[in-house]
Design a protein around this ligand. Structure first.
Ligand code: UDP
Ligand code: MG
Length: 314
């Protein structure tokens, strides 16, 4: 067994050395063969300098550094693409996911002959009410919309085996919603429960804008239902419009005196149906935008430097 630990890092100078220490402690106590793959996602603080220092002392520390901030998912994707283990564990740099769970994950992988062991958060400590609520709602929403069943309350903290790594490398899409793609692959996937700790230090690197982009990729790439909803809205508004037309016609025949100039209702209708139209055009636009993104076939990330890799990674 050769384990690759994949750690995406963006401005993590406050935690990275401690993360290295905790990871090393766990994997060495198990006597595993391992490498620690840190991806520096365009950090603007001392993260890269610290990683370089670690890499000088310890050849099992491998560092991939991006040319700018590409985002958490591209960082994980690069880790999977360039790791050399026959199993890999993806973990956040901030120690919210405890490395001490590794032995239990590997145990389960061996006992159940599983291809994926995904960690399910049964408790989350030290996170804001908004984060808890939005995450909870998002995972339920995407699961109900998605054509592939996606496990609830599960992040990217998971163990994947050689088959999953191999299949992952074949995926062509540029915007990856990794937890969804791995579920989509099938194979044998087993859950393991854990309690998510507080961030060891520093603040979240996922502001609302990044959370929204992430949620959007998840929804657009895993479901066409928003388009179906847009279509149904169109049908409903046509039916409402027809109903109103019949009503107006009937009243003009039966009670012509009742037809006072109804400007208010007209304006309300115009605004209401105008809104539905804009909404459905917007949904369409988002899908077209994603097609445009994929069509350009730009790389998911650009590596500016790689350290302690056997070959030069580009
Ligand atoms: N991260 C990254 N690039 C980004 C944002 C985040 O590589 O643009 C990394 C970050 O360093 C951490 C992981 O993704 O290892 C999860 O981020 P964070 O802990 O800030 O998110 P939260 O737990 O608050 O959702
Ligand atoms: Mg975190």
């Amino acid at each position: 067994m050769y384990l690759s630990v994949i750690v995406p890092c963006f401005n993590e100078e406050e935690v990275i050395v401690e993360t290295y220490r905790r990871l090393t402690q766990v994997v060495q106590s198990q006597g595993w063969r391992y490498e620690l793959v840190f991806i520096n996602d365009g950090s603007r603080d001392k993260t890269l300098t610290l990683l370089k220092q670690l890499a000088v002392q310890d050849p099992r520390v491998r560092v991939l550094s991006f040319s700018r901030n590409f985002g958490h998912q591209p960082a994980v994707s690069a880790g999977i693409r360039y790791c050399s283990g026959n199993i890999a564990i993806i973990i956040d740099a901030d120690l919210q996911d405890p490395p001490e769970l590794f032995p239990a994950m590997v145990d389960l992988y061996q006992k159940e002959q599983a291809n994926v062991v995904y960690a399910v958060r049964k408790e989350r400590k030290g996170e804001s009410f908004f984060k808890l609520w939005s995450a909870r709602t998002f995972y339920r929403l995407i699961n109900s919309l998605s054509e592939v069943p996606l496990p609830l309350d599960t992040g990217d903290f998971r163990l994947i085996d050689a088959k999953v790594i191999r299949e992952f490398k074949k995926l062509q899409e540029r915007n990856k919603y990794i937890r969804g793609l791995i579920s989509w692959m099938g194979f044998k996937q087993v859950p393991i429960e854990y309690s998510r700790d507080e961030r060891f230090a520093g603040a979240t690197k996922y502001p609302l804008s990044k959370m929204l982009k992430f949620a959007q990729t998840g929804l657009l790439y895993f479901s066409k239902k928003p388009l179906t909803v847009a279509l149904s809205l169109g049908f409903i508004s046509i039916l409402v419009g027809l109903g109103l037309a019949i009503w107006v016609f009937a009243s003009s025949v039966l009670r012509p005196e009742s037809l006072v100039p109804g400007w208010a209702s007209t304006v309300i209708m115009v605004i209401f149906f105008g809104g539905i139209q804009l909404l459905t055009i917007g949904v369409l636009g988002e899908y077209i935008g994603s097609i445009f993104d994929e069509l350009k076939k730009r790389p998911e990330f650009i590596v500016s430097e790689s350290i302690n890799f056997d070959e030069n990674v580009q």
